[in-house]
Write a protein that binds this ligand. Structure first.
Ligand code: ACO
Length: 370
Protein backbone atom coordinates (compact mmCIF):
# COMPACT_ATOMS: atom_id res chain seq x y z
CA UNK A 1 0.00 0.00 0.00
CA UNK A 2 1.51 3.31 -1.09
CA UNK A 3 0.06 6.62 0.01
CA UNK A 4 -0.56 9.43 -2.47
CA UNK A 5 0.33 12.71 -0.77
CA UNK A 6 -2.70 14.98 -0.64
CA UNK A 7 -4.71 12.27 -2.46
CA UNK A 8 -3.64 13.97 -5.70
CA UNK A 9 -5.26 12.36 -8.72
CA UNK A 10 -7.30 9.93 -6.61
CA UNK A 11 -10.93 9.61 -7.69
CA UNK A 12 -12.68 9.26 -4.34
CA UNK A 13 -16.37 9.66 -5.25
CA UNK A 14 -18.76 9.50 -8.19
CA UNK A 15 -20.78 12.70 -8.47
CA UNK A 16 -23.14 14.32 -10.95
CA UNK A 17 -23.05 17.77 -9.33
CA UNK A 18 -20.10 19.58 -10.84
CA UNK A 19 -17.29 18.70 -13.20
CA UNK A 20 -13.84 20.04 -13.97
CA UNK A 21 -12.67 18.73 -17.31
CA UNK A 22 -10.03 20.27 -19.56
CA UNK A 23 -10.02 23.33 -17.31
CA UNK A 24 -13.77 23.86 -17.74
CA UNK A 25 -15.94 24.02 -14.62
CA UNK A 26 -19.62 23.14 -15.03
CA UNK A 27 -22.45 22.77 -12.53
CA UNK A 28 -24.79 19.96 -13.60
CA UNK A 29 -23.33 20.24 -17.09
CA UNK A 30 -23.78 24.02 -17.45
CA UNK A 31 -20.55 25.94 -18.02
CA UNK A 32 -19.75 28.24 -15.10
CA UNK A 33 -19.20 31.11 -17.59
CA UNK A 34 -22.86 30.93 -18.62
CA UNK A 35 -24.03 30.76 -15.03
CA UNK A 36 -21.79 33.63 -13.95
CA UNK A 37 -23.21 35.81 -16.72
CA UNK A 38 -26.86 34.85 -16.44
CA UNK A 39 -27.87 32.92 -13.32
CA UNK A 40 -28.73 34.19 -9.87
CA UNK A 41 -27.38 32.47 -6.77
CA UNK A 42 -30.89 31.23 -5.91
CA UNK A 43 -31.18 29.52 -9.32
CA UNK A 44 -27.70 28.09 -8.87
CA UNK A 45 -28.47 26.60 -5.46
CA UNK A 46 -31.64 25.04 -6.84
CA UNK A 47 -29.67 23.64 -9.78
CA UNK A 48 -27.08 22.06 -7.48
CA UNK A 49 -29.70 20.55 -5.20
CA UNK A 50 -32.13 19.34 -7.86
CA UNK A 51 -30.09 18.73 -10.99
CA UNK A 52 -32.06 21.15 -13.18
CA UNK A 53 -32.72 24.89 -13.31
CA UNK A 54 -35.91 25.96 -11.53
CA UNK A 55 -38.98 27.10 -13.44
CA UNK A 56 -40.64 30.31 -12.27
CA UNK A 57 -42.87 28.56 -9.78
CA UNK A 58 -40.03 26.48 -8.30
CA UNK A 59 -37.86 29.56 -7.96
CA UNK A 60 -40.62 31.56 -6.29
CA UNK A 61 -41.19 28.70 -3.87
CA UNK A 62 -37.49 28.46 -3.00
CA UNK A 63 -37.22 32.22 -2.46
CA UNK A 64 -40.30 32.03 -0.24
CA UNK A 65 -38.65 29.35 1.89
CA UNK A 66 -35.44 31.39 2.14
CA UNK A 67 -37.57 34.25 3.48
CA UNK A 68 -39.39 32.06 5.97
CA UNK A 69 -36.19 30.52 7.31
CA UNK A 70 -33.80 33.48 7.28
CA UNK A 71 -34.40 34.39 10.92
CA UNK A 72 -32.28 32.45 13.43
CA UNK A 73 -33.42 31.36 16.91
CA UNK A 74 -33.20 34.16 19.51
CA UNK A 75 -31.16 31.85 21.73
CA UNK A 76 -28.53 31.61 19.02
CA UNK A 77 -28.38 35.41 18.73
CA UNK A 78 -27.93 35.53 22.51
CA UNK A 79 -25.07 33.04 22.19
CA UNK A 80 -23.41 35.15 19.49
CA UNK A 81 -23.44 38.04 21.97
CA UNK A 82 -21.44 35.93 24.42
CA UNK A 83 -18.70 35.01 21.95
CA UNK A 84 -15.45 37.03 22.22
CA UNK A 85 -15.68 40.18 20.09
CA UNK A 86 -12.32 39.43 18.47
CA UNK A 87 -13.04 35.78 17.66
CA UNK A 88 -12.04 34.27 14.34
CA UNK A 89 -15.14 34.65 12.18
CA UNK A 90 -14.87 31.14 10.71
CA UNK A 91 -14.60 29.71 14.23
CA UNK A 92 -17.75 31.68 15.10
CA UNK A 93 -19.52 30.26 12.06
CA UNK A 94 -18.34 26.72 12.81
CA UNK A 95 -19.64 26.99 16.39
CA UNK A 96 -22.91 28.62 15.35
CA UNK A 97 -23.68 25.99 12.67
CA UNK A 98 -23.06 23.28 15.22
CA UNK A 99 -25.31 25.08 17.70
CA UNK A 100 -28.13 25.41 15.14
CA UNK A 101 -28.57 21.63 15.33
CA UNK A 102 -29.57 22.00 18.98
CA UNK A 103 -32.59 24.08 17.96
CA UNK A 104 -33.77 21.80 15.15
CA UNK A 105 -35.81 18.82 16.24
CA UNK A 106 -35.36 17.26 12.80
CA UNK A 107 -31.54 17.50 13.07
CA UNK A 108 -31.06 13.72 13.15
CA UNK A 109 -33.67 12.87 10.52
CA UNK A 110 -31.61 11.75 7.54
CA UNK A 111 -34.52 11.28 5.12
CA UNK A 112 -33.99 13.11 1.82
CA UNK A 113 -37.07 15.22 2.42
CA UNK A 114 -35.89 16.40 5.85
CA UNK A 115 -32.32 17.02 4.69
CA UNK A 116 -33.47 18.97 1.63
CA UNK A 117 -35.44 21.28 3.88
CA UNK A 118 -32.52 21.62 6.29
CA UNK A 119 -30.23 22.54 3.39
CA UNK A 120 -32.62 25.36 2.45
CA UNK A 121 -32.86 26.40 6.09
CA UNK A 122 -29.09 26.52 6.52
CA UNK A 123 -28.74 28.44 3.27
CA UNK A 124 -31.16 31.04 4.60
CA UNK A 125 -29.62 31.20 8.08
CA UNK A 126 -25.88 31.40 7.37
CA UNK A 127 -25.98 34.98 6.04
CA UNK A 128 -28.07 36.06 9.02
CA UNK A 129 -25.58 34.55 11.49
CA UNK A 130 -22.54 36.12 9.84
CA UNK A 131 -24.11 39.56 9.51
CA UNK A 132 -25.39 39.39 13.10
CA UNK A 133 -21.98 38.54 14.55
CA UNK A 134 -20.32 41.25 12.44
CA UNK A 135 -22.66 43.82 14.02
CA UNK A 136 -22.61 42.41 17.54
CA UNK A 137 -18.83 42.64 17.74
CA UNK A 138 -19.13 46.35 16.92
CA UNK A 139 -21.64 46.83 19.73
CA UNK A 140 -24.60 47.08 17.32
CA UNK A 141 -27.87 45.18 17.36
CA UNK A 142 -28.38 42.57 14.62
CA UNK A 143 -30.62 43.70 11.76
CA UNK A 144 -33.63 41.51 10.95
CA UNK A 145 -33.63 40.01 7.44
CA UNK A 146 -35.79 41.62 4.74
CA UNK A 147 -38.50 39.74 2.90
CA UNK A 148 -38.64 39.41 -0.88
CA UNK A 149 -35.00 40.15 -1.64
CA UNK A 150 -32.12 37.95 -2.75
CA UNK A 151 -29.60 36.35 -0.40
CA UNK A 152 -26.89 38.74 -1.65
CA UNK A 153 -29.16 41.75 -1.09
CA UNK A 154 -30.22 40.57 2.35
CA UNK A 155 -26.67 39.90 3.48
CA UNK A 156 -25.44 43.37 2.53
CA UNK A 157 -28.53 44.90 4.12
CA UNK A 158 -28.15 42.94 7.38
CA UNK A 159 -24.47 43.86 7.54
CA UNK A 160 -24.93 47.62 7.23
CA UNK A 161 -28.61 48.20 8.08
CA UNK A 162 -28.85 50.14 4.80
CA UNK A 163 -30.31 49.27 1.40
CA UNK A 164 -27.41 48.16 -0.82
CA UNK A 165 -27.04 49.57 -4.34
CA UNK A 166 -27.91 47.36 -7.31
CA UNK A 167 -24.30 47.05 -8.53
CA UNK A 168 -23.08 45.77 -5.16
CA UNK A 169 -25.91 43.23 -5.00
CA UNK A 170 -25.12 42.04 -8.52
CA UNK A 171 -21.39 41.74 -7.77
CA UNK A 172 -21.96 39.73 -4.58
CA UNK A 173 -24.57 37.56 -6.27
CA UNK A 174 -22.11 36.73 -9.07
CA UNK A 175 -19.40 35.90 -6.53
CA UNK A 176 -21.83 33.55 -4.79
CA UNK A 177 -22.61 31.80 -8.10
CA UNK A 178 -18.89 31.37 -8.81
CA UNK A 179 -18.07 29.84 -5.39
CA UNK A 180 -21.11 27.56 -5.09
CA UNK A 181 -19.55 24.21 -5.93
CA UNK A 182 -16.24 22.79 -7.01
CA UNK A 183 -16.23 19.04 -7.35
CA UNK A 184 -14.38 17.21 -4.58
CA UNK A 185 -12.60 20.17 -2.98
CA UNK A 186 -11.29 19.72 0.57
CA UNK A 187 -14.32 21.07 2.47
CA UNK A 188 -16.81 19.16 0.31
CA UNK A 189 -14.81 16.00 0.88
CA UNK A 190 -15.00 16.66 4.65
CA UNK A 191 -18.76 17.07 4.41
CA UNK A 192 -19.09 13.79 2.51
CA UNK A 193 -16.82 11.88 4.90
CA UNK A 194 -18.85 13.11 7.89
CA UNK A 195 -22.29 12.38 6.46
CA UNK A 196 -21.15 8.98 5.15
CA UNK A 197 -21.01 7.76 8.76
CA UNK A 198 -24.77 8.56 8.86
CA UNK A 199 -24.09 11.43 11.22
CA UNK A 200 -26.27 14.48 10.42
CA UNK A 201 -26.29 17.41 8.00
CA UNK A 202 -25.24 19.92 10.70
CA UNK A 203 -22.18 17.80 11.53
CA UNK A 204 -21.37 17.57 7.82
CA UNK A 205 -21.56 21.34 7.39
CA UNK A 206 -19.63 21.97 10.61
CA UNK A 207 -16.80 19.75 9.31
CA UNK A 208 -16.89 21.60 6.01
CA UNK A 209 -16.75 25.06 7.64
CA UNK A 210 -13.73 23.96 9.69
CA UNK A 211 -12.02 22.72 6.54
CA UNK A 212 -12.79 25.80 4.48
CA UNK A 213 -11.25 27.98 7.21
CA UNK A 214 -7.67 26.99 6.35
CA UNK A 215 -5.49 29.40 4.33
CA UNK A 216 -4.71 26.74 1.73
CA UNK A 217 -8.44 26.57 0.97
CA UNK A 218 -11.10 29.23 1.61
CA UNK A 219 -8.97 31.22 4.04
CA UNK A 220 -6.77 32.34 1.15
CA UNK A 221 -9.05 35.25 0.19
CA UNK A 222 -8.43 37.00 3.51
CA UNK A 223 -4.69 36.34 3.22
CA UNK A 224 -4.75 37.89 -0.29
CA UNK A 225 -6.25 41.07 1.14
CA UNK A 226 -3.58 41.22 3.83
CA UNK A 227 -0.98 40.96 1.08
CA UNK A 228 -2.61 43.71 -1.04
CA UNK A 229 -2.73 45.96 2.04
CA UNK A 230 0.91 45.28 2.86
CA UNK A 231 1.89 46.10 -0.74
CA UNK A 232 -0.16 49.31 -0.62
CA UNK A 233 0.90 50.80 -3.98
CA UNK A 234 1.56 49.45 -7.48
CA UNK A 235 5.18 50.60 -7.18
CA UNK A 236 5.77 48.44 -4.10
CA UNK A 237 4.46 45.28 -5.77
CA UNK A 238 7.66 44.24 -7.54
CA UNK A 239 9.94 44.39 -4.48
CA UNK A 240 7.34 42.65 -2.33
CA UNK A 241 6.78 39.78 -4.74
CA UNK A 242 10.54 39.36 -5.39
CA UNK A 243 11.09 38.97 -1.65
CA UNK A 244 8.29 36.41 -1.42
CA UNK A 245 9.72 34.42 -4.30
CA UNK A 246 13.28 34.58 -2.92
CA UNK A 247 12.07 33.41 0.50
CA UNK A 248 10.08 30.63 -1.18
CA UNK A 249 6.95 31.92 0.55
CA UNK A 250 3.52 30.85 -0.65
CA UNK A 251 1.79 33.65 -2.53
CA UNK A 252 -1.84 33.51 -1.57
CA UNK A 253 -4.50 33.41 -4.27
CA UNK A 254 -2.22 31.62 -6.74
CA UNK A 255 -1.98 28.02 -7.82
CA UNK A 256 -4.52 25.23 -7.73
CA UNK A 257 -4.51 21.49 -7.29
CA UNK A 258 -6.73 20.90 -10.31
CA UNK A 259 -6.23 23.90 -12.62
CA UNK A 260 -2.71 24.23 -13.85
CA UNK A 261 -3.63 26.56 -16.75
CA UNK A 262 -5.80 28.98 -14.84
CA UNK A 263 -8.96 28.95 -12.76
CA UNK A 264 -11.97 29.70 -15.02
CA UNK A 265 -13.66 31.63 -12.18
CA UNK A 266 -10.85 34.14 -11.78
CA UNK A 267 -11.57 36.14 -14.95
CA UNK A 268 -15.12 36.93 -13.83
CA UNK A 269 -13.89 38.25 -10.50
CA UNK A 270 -11.10 40.16 -12.22
CA UNK A 271 -13.65 41.85 -14.47
CA UNK A 272 -15.83 42.68 -11.49
CA UNK A 273 -12.88 44.08 -9.57
CA UNK A 274 -12.09 46.42 -12.47
CA UNK A 275 -15.72 47.49 -12.88
CA UNK A 276 -16.13 48.27 -9.18
CA UNK A 277 -12.85 50.21 -9.14
CA UNK A 278 -13.90 52.29 -12.15
CA UNK A 279 -17.33 52.92 -10.65
CA UNK A 280 -15.85 54.05 -7.37
CA UNK A 281 -13.21 56.17 -9.09
CA UNK A 282 -10.36 54.28 -7.39
CA UNK A 283 -8.75 51.32 -9.13
CA UNK A 284 -5.77 51.04 -6.75
CA UNK A 285 -6.65 47.56 -5.48
CA UNK A 286 -7.37 46.32 -8.99
CA UNK A 287 -4.13 47.83 -10.30
CA UNK A 288 -2.03 46.27 -7.53
CA UNK A 289 -3.74 42.93 -8.17
CA UNK A 290 -3.01 43.07 -11.90
CA UNK A 291 0.64 43.90 -11.20
CA UNK A 292 0.95 41.05 -8.70
CA UNK A 293 -0.63 38.66 -11.22
CA UNK A 294 1.81 39.72 -13.93
CA UNK A 295 4.78 39.20 -11.60
CA UNK A 296 3.69 35.87 -10.14
CA UNK A 297 2.52 34.41 -13.45
CA UNK A 298 5.56 35.78 -15.26
CA UNK A 299 8.12 34.47 -12.78
CA UNK A 300 6.50 31.39 -11.23
CA UNK A 301 4.06 30.37 -13.96
CA UNK A 302 1.31 30.30 -11.31
CA UNK A 303 -2.13 31.61 -12.27
CA UNK A 304 -4.61 33.36 -9.95
CA UNK A 305 -7.32 31.22 -8.41
CA UNK A 306 -10.87 32.18 -7.39
CA UNK A 307 -9.62 33.76 -4.16
CA UNK A 308 -7.26 36.28 -5.74
CA UNK A 309 -9.64 38.82 -7.28
CA UNK A 310 -12.44 38.11 -4.84
CA UNK A 311 -10.35 39.91 -2.19
CA UNK A 312 -10.43 43.26 -4.00
CA UNK A 313 -14.08 42.76 -5.02
CA UNK A 314 -15.27 42.20 -1.44
CA UNK A 315 -13.18 45.09 -0.14
CA UNK A 316 -14.72 47.42 -2.71
CA UNK A 317 -18.13 46.21 -1.53
CA UNK A 318 -17.17 47.55 1.91
CA UNK A 319 -16.89 44.09 3.47
CA UNK A 320 -14.25 43.61 6.22
CA UNK A 321 -11.60 41.08 5.25
CA UNK A 322 -12.37 38.58 7.97
CA UNK A 323 -15.84 38.12 6.48
CA UNK A 324 -14.48 37.00 3.10
CA UNK A 325 -14.17 33.33 4.03
CA UNK A 326 -17.58 33.27 5.77
CA UNK A 327 -19.06 34.67 2.51
CA UNK A 328 -17.35 31.83 0.67
CA UNK A 329 -19.09 29.50 3.16
CA UNK A 330 -22.50 31.09 2.43
CA UNK A 331 -22.03 30.22 -1.21
CA UNK A 332 -20.34 26.83 -0.84
CA UNK A 333 -23.05 25.69 1.58
CA UNK A 334 -25.20 25.04 -1.50
CA UNK A 335 -22.53 22.70 -2.88
CA UNK A 336 -21.78 21.04 0.46
CA UNK A 337 -25.43 20.21 1.05
CA UNK A 338 -25.94 19.02 -2.55
CA UNK A 339 -23.02 16.63 -1.99
CA UNK A 340 -24.41 15.53 1.38
CA UNK A 341 -27.74 14.65 -0.28
CA UNK A 342 -25.94 12.84 -3.10
CA UNK A 343 -23.73 10.91 -0.67
CA UNK A 344 -26.75 9.74 1.32
CA UNK A 345 -28.60 8.70 -1.85
CA UNK A 346 -25.99 6.02 -2.46
CA UNK A 347 -24.06 5.80 0.76
CA UNK A 348 -21.10 3.76 1.83
CA UNK A 349 -18.85 4.77 4.73
CA UNK A 350 -15.67 6.51 3.47
CA UNK A 351 -12.79 4.68 5.03
CA UNK A 352 -9.54 4.62 3.07
CA UNK A 353 -6.32 2.93 4.20
CA UNK A 354 -3.00 4.40 5.35
CA UNK A 355 0.48 3.35 4.29
CA UNK A 356 2.17 2.36 7.54
CA UNK A 357 5.62 3.96 7.87
CA UNK A 358 6.38 3.24 11.54
CA UNK A 359 8.59 0.59 13.16
CA UNK A 360 7.72 -3.14 13.38
CA UNK A 361 8.34 -5.76 16.06
CA UNK A 362 8.56 -3.36 18.99
CA UNK A 363 8.07 -4.65 22.53
CA UNK A 364 6.11 -3.19 25.40
CA UNK A 365 8.58 -1.84 27.99
CA UNK A 366 7.24 -1.55 31.54
CA UNK A 367 7.12 2.08 32.67
CA UNK A 368 9.75 1.66 35.43
CA UNK A 369 12.25 0.48 32.80
CA UNK A 370 11.74 3.40 30.38
N1 ACO B 1 2.93 30.34 -4.11
C1 ACO B 1 4.17 29.86 -4.28
N2 ACO B 1 4.42 28.63 -4.73
C2 ACO B 1 3.37 27.85 -4.99
C3 ACO B 1 2.06 28.27 -4.83
C4 ACO B 1 1.85 29.59 -4.37
N3 ACO B 1 0.63 30.07 -4.20
N4 ACO B 1 1.22 27.29 -5.19
C5 ACO B 1 1.99 26.26 -5.56
N5 ACO B 1 3.28 26.59 -5.44
C6 ACO B 1 4.41 25.75 -5.76
C7 ACO B 1 4.56 24.67 -4.72
O1 ACO B 1 5.36 25.10 -3.63
C8 ACO B 1 5.21 23.57 -5.52
O2 ACO B 1 6.57 23.87 -5.66
P1 ACO B 1 7.67 22.73 -5.45
O3 ACO B 1 7.36 21.71 -6.51
O4 ACO B 1 8.95 23.45 -5.64
O5 ACO B 1 7.47 22.23 -4.06
C9 ACO B 1 4.58 23.72 -6.88
O6 ACO B 1 4.15 25.08 -6.98
C10 ACO B 1 3.42 22.79 -7.13
O7 ACO B 1 2.36 23.10 -6.28
P2 ACO B 1 1.72 22.04 -5.31
O8 ACO B 1 2.22 22.30 -3.93
O9 ACO B 1 1.85 20.67 -5.88
O10 ACO B 1 0.18 22.41 -5.32
P3 ACO B 1 -0.90 21.67 -4.44
O11 ACO B 1 -1.85 21.07 -5.39
O12 ACO B 1 -0.34 20.79 -3.40
O13 ACO B 1 -1.54 22.90 -3.67
C11 ACO B 1 -2.68 24.93 -3.38
C12 ACO B 1 -2.54 23.68 -4.24
C13 ACO B 1 -2.88 24.54 -1.92
C14 ACO B 1 -3.88 25.72 -3.87
C15 ACO B 1 -1.38 25.76 -3.53
O14 ACO B 1 -1.27 26.20 -4.86
C16 ACO B 1 -1.36 26.94 -2.59
O15 ACO B 1 -0.95 26.80 -1.43
N6 ACO B 1 -1.83 28.16 -3.04
C17 ACO B 1 -1.90 29.30 -2.15
C18 ACO B 1 -3.14 29.20 -1.27
C19 ACO B 1 -4.41 29.46 -2.07
O16 ACO B 1 -4.51 30.40 -2.84
N7 ACO B 1 -5.42 28.61 -1.81
C20 ACO B 1 -6.72 28.72 -2.46
C21 ACO B 1 -6.93 27.60 -3.41
S1 ACO B 1 -8.46 27.77 -4.25
C22 ACO B 1 -9.57 27.38 -3.10
O17 ACO B 1 -9.40 26.56 -2.24
C23 ACO B 1 -10.79 28.10 -3.11
Amino acid sequence: MTATKGLEGIVAAASSISSIEDGVLAYRGINIDELAEQATFEETAFLLWNGHLPNQQELAQLKGLFNVFSAVPDSLLEQLKLYPKDANTMAVLRTAVSALALYDETANDNSREANQLKAIKLQAQLPTIIAAYARIREGKEPVKPLEGVSIAHNFLYMLTGEEPDATSVLALDKALVLHADHELNASTFSARVTIATLSDIYSGVTSAVGTLKGPLHGGANEAVMEMLQEIGTVENAEGYIQRKIQNKDKIMGFGHRVYKNGDPRAKHLQHMSRQLGLMQGDTTLFDISVKVEALVTGQKGLKPNVDFYSASVYTMLGIPKDLFTPIFAISRLSGWTAHILEQLDNNRIIRPRAEYTGPYNQKYIPIEMR
